[in-house]
Design a protein around this ligand. Structure first.
Ligand SMILES: *Cc1c(COP(=O)(O)O)cnc(C)c1O
Length: 397
């Protein structure tokens, strides 16, 4: 046996944290790390946010779990608030992003089934997509490295190039049920879809009777400076998967739907044991309390601009380390010229946490509550790391 009793599926950094305070993580040895990894866009309000701690503690002393055999008032409340804030009329709660996507996929297929078109079950997805690690969502993501060795790929997913509307048009067949896209690709390397592209997809869906599904598991809940990234485009989907930021660290996901899109989801056709339990709902409601406060999202945009400007200066100064800046809001990425793993490790040496992504990008996903001072501190650490990388690896550009 090789050391740990855990599956060897993660290549973990040699760091173990004992506690967190806002944008900081503190190791068991008392070393402080500036956390711009944010648990991969999960810790939307940082660590140990007092309002979330209070909401969870209060609920923990009252009731943890009842199952969905009974009414759950916190679910009704969170669903009503999500409906009030979005395109949606209906919500189904899950424990994770992948489960929220599974629900969206099932909802889209059932929609056509109950309308008498059971052969319409295929879903178009995009190169660079990431939708989770279940059998259906690895098929949706279409990445060979996640599919290999897991048996036949789940049938019904067709992938087209990113930002290629003609390819989408050409890929639509009488069996197509829906188009699934991340308004800002996360794992794929922080690529935002343009407003024009999303509206072209909407038009194609309307023309062919397809459902438009947005995956806002990573880019939702204030990350881009709007509650949901699609708001920037003015294009509304029929279905949307969310997770990550809505729980602020507690496992919560949800599938949002219009009344029409959800019309096939009748009693008994779908379910979950844990999804939407009272603990999760207490935290989800508490996250919304903060994110929906007057001015909170404007602050996200202001801070994002501050960060983006600082990053652009670093990219200008060290082009042989950082080729450019990607992303939107507080979902920014360094497109690296040298391997992103090298850049990420150098940042970690400066006690700064970030997350590698596809397309040789290092993702920066600080909590939405990050302060100006912490942004400046972070930029200083990134600059110091870039300077070192420049000295040890760099060649004059
Ligand atoms: C993380 C992620 C998922 C999967 O969420 P899990 O909670 O890990 O199942 C799906 N889609 C996107 C865009 C994500 O970033």
């Amino acid at each position: 046996m090789t050391g740990s009793a855990l599956y060897q599926t993660f290549s973990r950094a040699p760091l173990a944290f004992d506690r967190g305070e806002g944008t900081w993580l503190i190791t068991v040895d008392g070393e402080r790390y500036l956390d711009f990894a944010g648990g991969i866009a999960v810790n939307s309000l940082g660590h140990a946010h007092p309002h979330l701690v209070q909401a969870l503690n209060e609920q923990a002393g009252k009731l943890w779990h009842t199952s969905n055999l009974y009414q759950i008032p916190g679910q009704e409340r969170l669903a009503e608030r999500l409906v009030a804030a979005t395109f949606a009329d209906k919500v189904f709660f899950t424990n994770s992003g992948a489960e929220a996507l599974e629900c969206a996929i099932k909802t889209a297929r059932r929609y056509h089934f109950v309308k008498g078109q059971p052969d319409r079950f295929r879903i178009l997805t995009f190169q660079g997509a990431f939708h989770g690690r279940t059998l259906a969502t690895i098929a949706a993501g279409g990445q060979e490295k996640y599919l290999e060795g897991f048996g036949p790929k789940v049938e019904g997913f067709d992938q087209v190039g990113w930002d290629d509307i003609e390819a989408v048009r050409a890929a639509i067949t009488p069996e197509t049920a829906a188009i699934l896209i991340e308004p800002v690709q996360g794992e794929g390397g922080l690529r935002p879809a343009s407003a024009q592209y999303l509206s072209q997809l909407r038009a194609l869906c309307d023309e062919h009777g397809l459902l438009l599904i947005f995956d806002e598991v990573q880019c939702g809940i204030g990350r881009t400076g709007k509650l949901f990234a699609y708001e920037w485009s003015g294009v509304a989907p029929d279905l949307m998967a969310i997770a990550k930021g809505i729980g602020g660290g507690f496992p919560v996901g949800a599938c949002l739907a219009t009344e029409d899109a959800a019309s096939g989801m009748t009693p008994g056709v779908h379910g979950t044991t844990f999804g939407g339990n009272p603990l999760a709902m207490a935290v989800g409601n508490a996250v919304l309390d903060v994110v929906l406060e007057d001015g909170f999202l404007d602050e996200v945009t202001r801070k994002a601009n501050l960060m983006k400007q600082g990053l652009a200066e670093i990219a200008d100064t060290f082009p042989e380390v950082v080729e450019g800046i990607r992303g939107s809001g507080l979902m920014l990425g360094l497109k690296c010229r040298m391997p992103n793993g090298t850049v990420n490790a150098a940042l970690r040496d400066h006690k700064f946490l970030a997350v590698p992504a596809g397309d040789n990008v290092v993702r920066l996903l600080p909590p939405l509550t990050v302060s100006d001072e912490e942004i400046r501190d972070g930029l200083g650490r990134i600059r110091a790391a870039a300077e070192e990388l420049h000295a040890t690896h760099g060649t004059a550009a």
